[in-house]
Design a binder for this molecule. Structure first.
Ligand SMILES: Cc1ncc(COP(=O)(O)O)c(C=O)c1O
Length: 404
């Protein structure tokens, strides 16, 4: 097809004309998708190796989730929490059971779950731990990514995410990720929580050193501090388990969940914790118009049921081995490092060869979609429905890109 018959260039230009330029997307305009594959407006197919940053763990348009959404759309979509609807109880009960916690609090986006976690931890600190009013602090890690609200970017160490958005919310202490001694030092009698990603996704799928998460758990217990695990990207099957913490034998006091919880259909996030923690909230103290709406609950309940089978966690663990074996073979052949767990990988491209962005553009030309981060790193997080052949295909395309 000759260049000026393609729909993509005009569609790319159109998509930029009336929007803020807060993203730099690859020049692909997607119009339909199924499973691990998407199709663009010119009919080209791509293997989706980003999966909406893990929001599409079950693939595009998983039939069970789509059926649940359709059925709910035909009945009831929104009530607000001023009233109770018939999809709410099942969702809360089944998600709480999946998390092994007493209670859940549904919200919409990941950032809202993080904000909720911070508010709950502060209130718990004042009401249960006995921290003097206004003195609570929360310890976080360098390289964190927890979302984009003003409070959350206040403790980001990424200057793009943080600069010029001040004044910043006080009450956070930043320590190096993976450093238990620094964490111990930072905790004082006014510390109410340690907030961490068990694997830092946005930072490039950074896995902490062996023993770190159990060490964090131990310190939090000893010092009467809540361990809040942000499993928004790492959780719900991505790493080969329901939670990345589980693979380290660690149970946090609070899980923050999002992304895949909405089945790739609706934004659904949640905080899960026991009654002594989430029970500090009383009517009027926190909420969200859309949080826990009937459509969200109907879809997310099916997500929880898919996860309860264990099938997706098993697929991620087994197929992840294959992905990582393939990627490790490229170290010294254009890759300088590979990290990750399950169907989740951060690859550092040899910066002498090309940037992460260039690598993603070349992968796109070869029909594979991935996302760069921090210069020379690319993230791979394919839907957990991907097959062995499709993984081999993705690795083969990467091999070809790195070979120039
Ligand atoms: C670990 C983590 N926490 C929080 C968020 C924020 O989620 P959202 O973009 O839905 O607000 C993200 C998004 O990438 C994330 O990866």
């Amino acid at each position: 097809m000759i260049e000026d018959m393609l729909r993509t260039p005009a569609a790319v230009q159109d998509s930029e004309r009336h929007t803020a330029h807060n993203y730099h997307p690859l020049p692909v305009v997607i119009t339909s998708a199924e499973g691990a594959w998407v199709t663009d407006v010119d009919g080209n197919r791509y293997l989706d190796c980003l999966a909406g940053y893990s929001a599409l763990n079950f693939g595009h348009r998983h039939p069970t989730l789509i059926a649940a959404a359709h059925a709910q759309l035909d009945r009831l979509t929104l009530t607000s929490r001023a009233f109770i609807h018939d999809q709410f109880a099942d969702f809360c009960r089944e998600l709480a059971a999946l998390c092994g916690k007493d209670l859940v609090l549904p919200m919409n986006t990941g950032a809202e779950a993080v904000e909720t976690g911070i508010k709950v931890a502060r209130k718990w600190g004042y009401q249960v731990k006995g921290v003097p009013a206004g003195q609570a602090n929360i310890v976080v890690a360098e390289g964190n990514f927890h979302g984009r609200t003003t409070t959350i970017v206040s403790f980001s160490t990424d200057s793009d995410a943080r600069a010029d958005f001040g004044p910043y919310t006080p009450g956070f202490r930043v320590v190096p990720y993976g450093d238990l001694a620094a964490l111990s030092e930072a905790i004082d009698e006014h510390t109410v929580a340690v907030l961490l990603e068990p694997i830092q996704g946005e930072q490039g799928v950074v896995v902490p050193p062996e023993g770190y998460l159990p060490g964090v758990r131990r310190l939090c217990t000893e010092r009467e501090v809540l361990f809040i695990a942000d499993e928004i990207q790492s959780g719900l099957g991505r790493t080969g388990a329901t939670f990345a913490c589980e693979q380290e034998g660690v149970v946090p006091d609070m899980y923050l969940l999002g992304k895949a919880l909405g089945g790739g259909i609706v934004p659904v996030s949640a905080v899960a914790a026991d009654t002594d923690v989430l029970g500090v909230l009383k009517p009027g103290q926190h909420g969200s118009t859309f949080g826990g709406n009937p459509l969200a609950c109907a879809v997310a309940t099916e997500v929880v049921r898919l996860l309860a089978t264990g099938e997706f966690q098993r697929r991620s663990a087994a197929l992840g081995e294959r992905l990582h074996a393939g990627l490790r073979g490229l170290i010294g052949q254009g890759l300088v490092a590979v990290r990750g767990r399950g169907l989740w990988a951060g690859l550092d491209i040899d910066p002498a060869l090309m940037s992460g962005r260039e690598a993603c553009e070349r992968l796109m030309e070869r029909g594979v979609l991935a996302k760069d981060t921090h210069g020379s790193t690319i993230r791979l997080a394919p839907p957990l429905v991907i097959t062995e052949e499709e993984i081999d295909h993705a690795v083969a395309q990467l091999t070809a890109v790195l070979a120039g």
